[in-house]
Design a protein around this ligand. Structure first.
Ligand code: SF4
Ligand code: SF4
Ligand code: SF4
Ligand code: FES
Length: 688
């Protein structure tokens, strides 16, 4: 064959007549993405992801099937070319159905690999489960007890009955192996951060930095570390001996030092820290109780102050007498349930909206009811005064009016419905605010202002946790801790951190999926969710003993069998996902009808999930042209085309010995049922 010259992206290259543009590009390490190309089989030219442009004529052509010509000049990486490729991917994604990632994993603010640790738990491998959990969650013992279970709210099992009890997998794994497990860590680099605040965000940041080889000194103004975990969550939900065990691990990692009784502005100065450390992270939390905006409110406890005092007195506080807690969030429930344990008198909770609208977790509300709390809903305080040794709270009844900006019906006062009640203690638990250190930029809500991508405030100062987001959950603080640790690492390298663009194809939220539309590789167990066991109600009312009990191994293994394993078998090696992320394609860019072509799991090892098929035909040709069999084919024409077995016959069992088509499928349409293990992935990578 005669030698010719061709120019790709300004590079003049030697080529042979008859070669395709893609071949020449690949021989010269020029990256052109492709989906429907496999050099072992005749060309398909159906995806157009490999498109390039003739620099002189402007003509578009698929590089996998267009031959080079002498003197040809090709653009393969201009913004126009990338845009065309992105459009090709957008179109493929518009009719693609599947779940790249399981809904539970996506719903977890920390993006812990939920499906993976649920599988490990089901298999009885709780040590492995803990390892997976700790990649994203440094406090599995605490979060396994107090997390509001975002993952369970989105769990696909809700379509059938109740979600998988995911959080209990964390709790058991951590209770069993927390002391034994020491995570992989980079060697210390010599870089060091100062972290202000030893709560979940501060210690979480120290954890993720340490894993990356960066040491830290954590400064805490209170007498002991833990922040909200210690001072905001009562003992009956999170025993302090459990917390002690969990916190002890941080210093065991080596490179993390926690210094208590160190208050910013008194014992330590921000400017000094900025000068003495490579980076400073502010994680000071949200500790200022919000105002009730009523006359006499200074006579009430702030919810968080009440809980802090209780914790710092080791849960042995004086009897508060008859108590009214104002508010409907988790802090209000903690105040109600703590007060119930401290007094024989009645404990009331006044909330201005309905019980259904309470921001507190439903189980917290139910458990407070079981323990004897009296809820006065649609009730708003107007003023508070002292009369003798009693407090008098004046309130007004509310009713629901028109929806407000949040879409919830706004509570409005009922005319002439004022009334007064007497109590010994009133606690205003209606929210918390950030007390940002002086001179630090804040937003309209008074929270610390950071750059979204890297959590940086200014210079080498960063911030994370509640002081950035406003009051949130522990797992959200942990997610912020990881973001800030990534931001600091990038700052210490080259300061160009940008979170990666990730796509996720989804079959939809469980509320929009019917039972018939569920896809699973093996039938999940029909059993009902394992019920949470509690200590006796009498004990609950009288002591701060932990209320809920850790699931047994049998319970966790049974619960794991209820999981559908929602994610795509190919998510680690899917070329459609990889190219879409590289080029910024979006599954929502075009809204197309997604035809339900069904799926086939009859084969013991293989899944054929037709909704994911991009109709590239590679599998058919591999089977035919490489393996010399005719087991696969397309059925129907046009939009209704689908991959199937020839004549609708089941795939023979000996297919599992070949598996050539599965490994060639660029997506998860034809795949092994059992997730590809590292060996297979390595083999695939070598073949590419
Ligand atoms: S085939 Fe690829 S894009 Fe489709 S669901 Fe699976 S991982 Fe996501
Ligand atoms: S069924 Fe399993 S994989 Fe699916 S969302 Fe629930 S826990 Fe996650
Ligand atoms: S099943 Fe066959 S036709 Fe469909 S995407 Fe996979 S290789 Fe291509
Ligand atoms: S058209 Fe070239 S790889 Fe698909």
């Amino acid at each position: 064959m005669s030698q010719i010259k061709v120019t790709i992206d300004g590079q003049t290259l030697n080529a042979e007549e008859g070669q395709t543009i893609l071949q020449v590009a690949r021989e010269n390490q020029i990256h052109i993405p492709s989906l429907c190309f496999d050099n072992r089989v005749s060309q398909n030219t159906s995806c157009f992801v490999c498109i390039v442009q003739d620099a002189e004529s402007g003509q578009w052509m698929p590089s996998c099937s267009s031959q080079v010509q002498d003197g040809m000049k090709i653009n393969s990486s201009t913004p126009e070319v990338e845009d065309m490729r992105k459009t090709a991917l957008d179109l493929i994604l518009s009719e693609h159905s599947g779940d790249c990632e399981a809904p539970c994993t996506l719903a977890c603010p920390a993006h812990a690999k939920v499906e993976e640790y649920v599988r490990a738990g089901r298999e009885g491998n709780h040590f492995e489960a803990l390892k997976i959990i700790k990649e994203r969650i440094p406090f599995p013992m605490s979060i396994g007890r107090v997390c509001p279970r975002f993952c369970e709210q989105d769990c696909r099992r809700n379509v059938k009955d109740q979600p998988v009890a995911i959080n209990d997998f964390k709790r058991l794994a951590a209770d069993l192996y927390y002391d034994e497990y020491l995570e992989d860590m980079e060697d210390l680099t010599g870089e060091k951060a100062a972290i202000i605040g030893a709560g979940p965000a501060g210690l979480g940041a120290a954890y993720f930095l340490r894993r990356a080889g960066i040491a830290s000194d954590v400064y805490e103004k209170r007498a002991e570390p833990g922040g909200m975990l210690r001072y905001g969550i009562p003992e009956y939900r999170l025993p302090k001996d459990i917390l002690e065990k969990e916190l002890a691990h941080f210093e065991k990692m080596g490179g993390i030092t926690i210094n208590c009784n160190q208050e910013l502005g008194q014992d330590i100065e921000l400017e000094e820290l900025k000068n003495n450390y490579d980076a400073v992270i502010m994680a000071v939390g949200c500790w200022q109780p919000s105002s009730m905006r009523t006359e006499g409110e200074e006579l009430a406890w702030g919810g968080i102050d009440y809980l802090e005092k209780l914790a710092s007195q080791n849960f042995e506080m004086e009897d508060p007498g008859e108590t009214i807690v104002v508010g409907g969030g988790n802090t209000a429930m903690d105040c109600v349930r703590s007060s119930l344990r401290l007094t024989e008198e009645q404990v009331h909770c006044y909330y201005r909206r309905t019980a259904k609208q309470m921001p507190a977790e439903e189980y917290e509300y139910q458990e407070a009811l079981e323990e004897g709390a009296n809820f006065e809903i649609l009730t708003q305080p107007i003023s508070l005064r002292k009369e003798g040794d009693k407090l008098v709270l004046k309130c007004i009844r509310m009713e629901l009016g028109e929806p407000d900006a949040s879409g919830r019906r706004r509570p409005i006062p009922v005319d002439d419905s004022e009334f007064e009640v007497k109590a010994d203690t009133v606690i205003a638990a209606i929210g918390q605010k950030t007390i940002a250190p002086e001179g630090v930029p804040t937003n309209d809500w008074g929270d610390v202002e950071v750059k979204e991508d890297n959590c940086r405030v200014e210079d080498n100062l960063f911030a994370a946790g509640d002081c950035v987001s406003g009051p949130a959950t522990i797992v959200e603080a942990v997610a912020g801790a990881r973001r800030v640790a990534n931001g600091v690492q990038a700052y210490l390298k080259d300061d160009t951190y940008k979170p990666p663009y990730l796509i996720n194809v989804s079959r939809g939220h469980w509320q929009s999926v019917s039972e018939d539309e569920l896809v699973y590789l093996q039938e999940p167990d029909e059993s009902e969710r394992v019920e949470q066991r509690h200590i006796d109600l009498d004990k609950r009312k009288q002591t701060f003993e932990e209320v809920s009990l850790t699931f047994t191994k049998d319970e966790v293994e049974l619960e794991g069998k209820r999981c559908f394993e929602c994610s795509c078998t190919a998510r680690e090696d899917c070329q459609l996902k990889e190219h879409s992320e590289e080029l910024g394609a979006d599954p929502e860019a075009f809204s197309g009808e997604k035809i339900d072509h069904g799926y086939n799991v009859e084969h013991p090892e293989i899944v054929m999930d037709r909704g994911k098929c991009i109709k590239c035909g590679i599998c058919i040709k591999i089977c035919n042209e490489v393996v010399n069999e005719y087991l696969l084919g397309f059925k129907n024409r046009g939009y209704n085309t689908k991959i199937d077995t020839a004549f609708g016959q089941p795939l023979p069992v000996d297919c599992e010995e070949c598996g050539e088509c599965l490994e060639a499928c660029p997506v998860g349409a034809l795949d092994w049922k059992v997730k590809k293990n590292e060996e297979i992935l390595k083999k695939l990578a070598e073949e590419k």
